[in-house]
Design a protein. Sequence first.
Length: 145
Amino acid sequence: MKATHKPPTLAPVTPGDLLRMAALYLRRHGWHQGTYYNTTTDTPTPPACAAGAIGIACAGHRVEHFAQLDPDALADYLATLATFVDYLDAFHPLFLVDEDGFVIDEHISPYSWNDDPARTAEQVITALDAAADEWDRLHTQGGEN
């Protein structure tokens, strides 16, 4: 390499990338409901819920609470979780209404969505992948960052 040659820089990791990593994590290590991770297994890579898998994708390891993430990983986690919520709002709308007919929450909780008793691992993995594709469609041109 010549002294004037600049080595290529790495492209930033996007929410789309992190959503795909979370889906891959669930394929490899399993899906869980009720808490971020299945705490009955003593492994560094336990089954996880959608939010737990996104956290592992951002941090590179299991964390007990996402407030423990360093500032950069926390920013990635929050942006990626928001991207997933946007996808769920657009493609899996669920409106909770109180007894007076008012909408309780205008956004879908990824935690409640994950923990729905009728939810399956395949639905969660498919939604994570689809949310990643939707992020790419909205934020990239020709597949480039």
